[in-house]
Ligand binder design. Structure first.
Ligand SMILES: CC(C)(COP(=O)(O)OP(=O)(O)OC[C@H]1O[C@@H](n2cnc3c(N)ncnc32)[C@H](O)[C@@H]1OP(=O)(O)O)[C@@H](O)C(=O)NCCC(=O)NCCS
Length: 108
C-alpha cells in the first residue's frame, strides 16, 4: 500500500514532549541543521505516511527514521511485526511544510 502525509512545520514546533514522538537518533540528526523542526516535520510526515500504508496498526513512537549513506531516509520499525515488510520512502521539506510518501509491501 501507499501512504502520504503533509504537515506544517509550526505544528511540530508546538509539540510539548518531542521525545515521545522522536527518537534520540532523530533528534540528534535534526539538531545538526539550522532549523531542526523542518527535518523533524519530515520525519513526522513520513511516520504518518507509513502508518497509512501498513496493514497492521502502528503508532508514531514505534517508527524511527534513519538515513542511508547517501542521505536517503530509511524506516526502522521498533516493534516486532508479524512478518517482514519492505518500506520505501521519500521526504521533501520546505521552511513551512514537510511531506512524505511511503510504499509498503509485505514480503513474508
Ligand atoms: C537529495 C536531494 C535530491 C534533496 O533535494 P532537495 O530539494 O534539496 O530537498 P528536499 O526537501 O526535497 O528533500 C530533503 C530530504 O531528501 C531526503 N534525501 C536526502 N538525500 C537523499 C538521497 N540521496 N536519496 C533520496 N532521498 C534523499 C532526506 O530525507 C531529506 O530530508 P532529511 O534530511 O530531513 O531526512 C538533493 O540534495 C540532491 O540533488 N542531492 C544530490 C544527488 C542525489 O543524492 N540524488 C539522489 C538520487 S541518486
Amino acid at each position: 500500500m501507499i501512504g502520504c502525509d503533509i504537515i506544517e512545520v509550526k505544528r511540530v514546533k508546538k509539540l510539548k514532549v518531542p521525545n515521545r514522538v522522536f527518537t534520540l537518533s532523530e533528534l540528534e540528526y535534526a539538531n545538526k541543521f539550522s532549523n531542526p523542526y523542518v527535518h523533524l516535520a519530515g520525519f513526522f510526515a513520513l511516520k504518518e505516511a507509513i502508518i497509512k500504508a501498513m496493514d497492521v496498526p502502528l503508532n508514531i513512537s514505534q517508527i524511527e527514521i534513519l538515513h542511508d549513506s547517501k542521505g536517503a531516509p530509511i524506516a526502522n520499525i521498533l516493534v516486532d511485526l508479524k512478518g517482514k515488510y519492505d518500506i520505501q520512502c521519500s521526504i521533501s521539506n520546505l521552511d513551512e511544510l514537510a511531506m512524505a510518501v511511503a510504499f509498503v509491501q509485505k514480503i513474508e
